[in-house]
Design a protein around this ligand. Structure first.
Ligand code: CMC
Length: 428
């Protein structure tokens, strides 16, 4: 007999099916609750709400497990590339050699920005935040492809493969262009023969005199960074993408909204906040001990720590924490901020406040130090997260576009005034 759950309200009992995921996760299917009883569920921040069924990514936050399409993140980080992982996340299987070559070529072939599109960048002030530029320009890029942005699911899906490759490619071109714009530097045309990361760094850092060639260590570090950000199930930005997509909006509009949602310091903006925090601890002469005390009393927040889902080590932080040391050593980059980060981590993991609340380092704790060592400016850190997360947003958009999803429309509990009446202005 299939499992059910009974909810009793005011002496009346209602029975609902229990759904099981393939990893044994359980959910009570309350879709009929309001129709049956007049009640809704209340779940501020959605900590207990399953908003969808999804095949893409599995997280067990209690244990610290992350798998894409069933494959552990540790195996992907050790053996796959970012583009291979992107293909896996979007299409559901590891690419064959032929599929990989085809996908990489499609991505590389989409790197260039049409000439008539470049002048859009002139409309931004030079100190515009690159996340604002990225969000606006991704939507604008869709304007050049009306066949991919019809807001008709069937038609948009006919062009899905081209749109996916285009976005994975263009997000990196737009990021590099927004950086060049902020520095008052001319744009650099992509090198279509270069691997994904190399081409990105070329567009960021090449000069008229010299083509930028990353060392193998830098190329590997950036590829790992992007790979570890590829998807993370129903986080704030991905849920936003799904929300926008559920109304039927096209892929470009949906991922553009995802960029905006990612921007905040509690989400993707945390990687910027971590390095700023480490720098200010360093500048104050503290080794991190005072900061830990401040975090415990609510005077400060230990950025890069804590997670809604992980109540154990974020496996991505474990990988990046190890990689940070290796990468900084290989680049001969002796960063005192790494020592402060290590000290903060050790102190927090031994402190009752953090232990009791199960606060561990998350992906953003070490990622900023790696980006800094590579030479990425701090204000571009969250843009790097967006480049990495693009495959996850695309895969989640596709799930909505090809599924039977209804428009996302939560309810609320109204707590405002009641029984008010209109008062003419002269009587107010
Ligand atoms: N420093 C100090 N205290 C913390 C922290 C922190 N980083 N994170 C949570 N707490 C405390 C919080 O004050 C609360 O204490 P109490 O029970 O006494 O009120 C308790 O731990 C539970 O925290 P919460 O705010 O209810 O947890 P949440 O699930 O709503 O928030 C979070 C999760 C990630 C927003 C939060 O941990 C945080 O603000 N961390 C710092 C920002 C950060 O690193 N964000 C990146 C997340 S990973 C990348 C991504 O996917 O976005």
């Amino acid at each position: 007999m299939s499992e059910t759950a009974t909810i009793t309200i005011d002496g009346n009992s209602y029975e609902y099916p229990v759904i099981s995921g393939t990893e044994g996760e359980k959910a009570i299917d309350v879709r009929k609750l309001r129709a049956d009883s007049g009640y809704i569920t209340y779940d501020d921040g959605y900590g207990n709400t399953g908003s969808c069924l999804s095949d893409i990514t599995f997280i067990n936050g209690e244990v610290g497990i992350l798998r894409h399409r069933g494959i552990p993140i540790e195996e992907l980080a050790g053996q796959a590339s970012f583009l291979g992982t992107a293909f896996l996340v979007i299409y559901g299987h590891l690419p064959s050699q032929e599929e990989y070559v085809h996908f990489s070529q499609q991505v590389a072939g989409n790197a260039a920005m049409p000439d008539d599109f470049r002048h859009h960048f002139n409309g931004f002030p030079s100190d515009a935040h690159p996340m604002a530029v990225l969000s606006a320009m991704l939507n604008a890029a869709g304007c050049c492809h009306s066949e991919m942005t019809s807001n008709d699911r069937e038609q948009d899906m006919e062009h899905f493969d081209q749109a996916a490759a285009l976005l994975i490619s263009k997000v990196r071109t737009i990021a590099a262009m927004s950086y060049r714009m902020s520095q008052g530097l001319p744009f650099v045309a992509p090198r279509l023969d270069a691997p994904y990361v190399d081409d990105f760094l070329h567009m960021m850092f090449s000069t008229e005199e010299k083509d930028y060639e990353p060392t193998p260590e830098i190329a590997k570090a950036m590829d790992l960074f992007f790979l570890l950000h590829a998807d993370h199930e129903q986080n704030c930005s991905t849920s936003t993408v799904r929300m926008v997509a559920s109304g039927g909006a096209n892929l470009f509009a949906s991922v553009s909204a995802g960029v905006s949602a990612l921007w905040g310091p509690l989400h993707g903006g945390a990687n910027t906040a971590v390095v700023k925090m480490l720098q200010s601890i360093h500048d104050s002469g503290d080794d991190g001990s005072q900061f830990i005390e401040d975090a415990k009393t609510g005077k400060a927040r230990l950025m890069g720590f804590g997670h809604r889902v992980y109540k154990n080590y974020d496996p991505r932080a474990k990988i990046l924490g190890g990689a940070a040391e290796e990468i900084l050593n290989s680049l001969g980059h002796d960063d005192p901020l790494l020592d402060i980060a290590r000290h903060l981590e050790k102190a927090a993991l031994e402190d009752e406040y953090f232990v009791k609340r199960k606060l561990y380092p998350n992906v953003d704790f070490y990622s900023g130090l790696i980006l800094k060592a590579v030479g990425i400016p701090v204000e571009m850190f969250t843009v790097m997260f967006a480049i990495g997360r693009m495959p996850g947003w695309i895969a989640n958009w596709r799930e909505i576009a090809t599924g039977s999803s209804r428009i996302h429309r939560p309810r609320q509990v109204y707590t405002g005034k009641v029984d008010q009446h209109f008062v003419p202005v002269e009587e107010r």
